[in-house]
Design a binder for this molecule. Structure first.
Ligand code: BGC
Length: 377
């Protein structure tokens, strides 16, 4: 074979190879499988972290990633997911804006044989969701309630103490778990009159915060303070389900509160602004959920599914973080969704170093406040 014939043969071979790779799988013909990730919003710190960590870990594991944020809009999230189905992604990972609005879209995913994993928030009313990866949501609330119990020494103190609740988004299935966990940890003291809810707002519906918005939580707490605490009545506890709401509540307390004390303010997530408030004594605690671990567990569960396996408790030993496998607790209205639940823990001003030890935070130059080491937050 002369030189030019060899060249033609080489060119032909590489074209054939490129073709066969292209037909292998995944958009773009890279031969890699693609994971479609739908996140709710960029406006809250945690989802930026989740997106970044998930993308990073999936790519390191050899997958391609399509990552979409839906600006907290259900229509947009449905569209985003429809587009990913059209792109023939191999697996869908969804943190729902509204867990009950995806039924139709996920029927289409099922028809296209794309497995669906619910991320952090359960997706309701569909049999198309195969797995759920989250934290133990009830325990998040329970930790907040128990923190208040211990801080006020409710077992022995005479009281009464005044408490107000601020809960999350009614469209988020997690929100009732958080609220119930906290409320039930304190219920016996409320029933005994040791803890008093001056506003009378005792149910989740009465204290819910649409879209978990800081401004809404701020306005609601301003109303409560104006209506029930304007005469200097002491508020002892503002039990907030998460950090975005705690930010608004702490702001209302800072500007509109006439009492002489600093109320206990709870939170969840470890957002940098809230960790600042914790150092400044404006917020008292946050329940921390390591989302890099959550992303790591999710990648392992997804890998198993993409390898054609049916993961169960067998996966627990090989996960990168402590988690339990639970097939009973999360029913989405159609079925019990097998769940991998990670373990949350309490952070206060006294153990901030624990967050630095995760490597996801670092001290600022003055060694006073924490900063994020994530790129997008
Ligand atoms: C998450 C929380 C978060 C909240 C608001 C919940 O579903 O579990 O970590 O604070 O949504 O984004």
């Amino acid at each position: 074979m002369n030189k030019s014939a060899k060249k033609i043969l080489a060119a032909l071979l590489s074209t054939t190879m490129a073709f066969s790779l292209a037909s292998c799988s995944g958009p773009g013909g890279s031969g890699k499988k693609t994971v479609g990730i739908a996140m709710p919003t960029k406006s809250l710190e945690r989802w930026n972290r989740d997106g970044e960590y998930l993308k990073d870990l999936f790519e390191k594991a050899g997958y391609k990633v399509e990552l979409k944020y839906s600006d907290n809009k259900t229509d947009q999230q449905n569209n985003d997911i429809q587009n990913m189905i059209a792109d023939k992604v191999d697996l869908l990972l969804i943190a729902a804006v509204d867990g009950s609005t995806l039924t139709q879209t996920l029927d289409d995913a099922k028809k296209a044989k794309i497995p669906v994993v619910a991320y952090d928030r359960l997706i309701m009313n569909t049999d198309a969701v195969s797995y759920y990866v989250s934290f133990d949501n009830y325990t998040v609330g329970k930790l907040q309630g128990e923190f208040v119990r211990d801080k006020l020494e409710l077992e022995s103190a005479a009281g009464p103490f005044n408490i107000e609740f601020t809960a999350g988004d009614p469209a988020d299935n997690n929100a009732t778990y958080f609220f119930n966990g906290a409320y039930e940890a304190l219920q016996s003291y409320i029933d005994a009159g040791k803890l008093v809810i001056k506003s009378g707002k005792k149910t989740f519906e009465q204290v819910a915060t649409e879209k978990w918005k800081t401004e809404t939580a701020l306005a609601n707490m301003q109303n409560t303070l104006a209506s029930y605490y304007s005469d200097g009545t002491v508020l002892d506890v503002a039990l907030c389900s998460n950090d975005s709401t705690a930010l608004g509540v702490a702001q209302a307390i800072g500007s509109d509160y006439k009492g002489s004390n600093k109320p206990i303010v709870t939170g969840q997530d470890g957002d940098v602004a809230n960790l600042r408030n914790i150092v400044d004594g404006v917020q008292t605690m946050t329940v921390y959920k390591n989302v890099r671990d959550q992303a790591g567990v999710t990648v392992e569960v997804s890998k198993a599914i993409l390898d054609g396996k049916t993961p169960g408790s067998d996966l627990i030993g090989s996960l990168p973080a402590e988690a339990v496998y639970d097939t009973d607790s999360y029913n989405n209205g159609v079925k019990n969704v097998p769940s991998y639940l990670l373990v949350p823990y309490v952070i206060t001003a006294d153990n901030l170093q624990k967050l630095v030890d995760t490597t996801l935070y670092k001290w600022d130059d003055a060694h006073k406040y924490l900063e994020s080491t994530a790129e997008t937050t």
